[in-house]
Design a protein around this ligand. Structure first.
Ligand SMILES: [Zn+2]
Length: 87
């Protein structure tokens, strides 16, 4: 972690801070990504590798939503986790 000078007010701010605590100037642009991990019941996972790679790169989950897929008989055959990540 390094300290940088806020371009707006001149205060020393961590370069990891999203915004200057003094004046609110945005220091670091927050990026968002979304990834879906699917688990087919009785089958395998999809998207899990990408999800784990993003976590290992420092992305953090800020929102998750579960969705189920049903066949014509109303049986769930797959579940999908939709993750929103921010870095
Ligand atoms: Zn500032």
């Amino acid at each position: 972690m390094a300290l940088i000078k806020c371009p707006e007010c001149g205060r020393q701010v961590s370069d990891q801070a999203a915004a200057c605590p003094e004046c609110g100037y945005p220091i670091r642009k927050v990026e968002y990504k979304s990834v879906t991990v699917s688990h087919r019941l009785g089958g395998g996972y999809g998207g899990k590798d990408e999800y784990q790679r993003l976590l290992s790169e420092g992305w953090q989950v800020v929102d998750e939503r579960l969705e189920e897929s049903e066949n014509d008989d109303g049986e769930v055959y797959a579940v999908h986790w939709h993750y929103k990540l921010q870095k």
